[in-house]
Design a protein around this ligand. Sequence first.
Ligand SMILES: C[S@@+](CC[C@H](N)C(=O)[O-])C[C@H]1O[C@@H](n2cnc3c(N)ncnc32)[C@H](O)[C@@H]1O
Length: 204
Amino acid sequence: MPLQPIEIPDTIKGIEHTPEAADLIDVANERIEKFMLAEESVSDNFVPCDFHLLDQALTWIAQNHLLTGNRFCEFGAGFGVATLLTSLRGMESVGIEIESNLVDQASTLADELDLSANFYCGSFVPRGTSATTDLGREVENVDTSEGDIYEEIGLGLEEFDLFFAFPWPGEQHFFEAVFERGAAVNALLLSYRGRDGMHLLRKD
Ligand SMILES: C[S@@+](CC[C@H](N)C(=O)[O-])C[C@H]1O[C@@H](n2cnc3c(N)ncnc32)[C@H](O)[C@@H]1O
């Protein structure tokens, strides 16, 4: 099978956060709440994930030595919390987000927290990809119309070791197809699936 699932145990919910990660999550959650109340033009596609569970999954991945390198990319970064949490862990982290007001928020947080994560406004969907003919079923909550941003980043999909995505229900196949098609062998895709928690795939 080209994508190999790696089971993340439920016991990760007992993993403690470092004080720095706990602070980052608190600041981000407060900022997101204010932003959602104040901003009239919040994209319907933006919903934040469970950042505590995300940080616990990142710790579990590190504890189990599953990473083959140090580069991280968040597909659809929103406020960029996954990108910031991995940057805090010393990864070379990039967040890709299509909504410019969210990119501004994520970049401001990175500056305030003195983290070297970089956020880019554009699409994670590789240029020339046809969502319907190349990647199977249509997706409603991923913008497939814009060009990708990899040239501006200076790194291709195949140069990242860990990806994170929070797909809308039923749309995970699309993110998996982008990952399967473009990522390097042994790269990991972590995704948040709401009540079903965190899922991890390795490209074989
Ligand atoms: C469900 S939110 C998840 C945000 C963040 N990853 C998190 O877990 O909190 C999905 C995000 O993907 C963004 N998005 C949708 N299509 C995109 C695309 N083609 N390229 C980059 N971002 C996209 C949306 O604007 C939205 O902010």
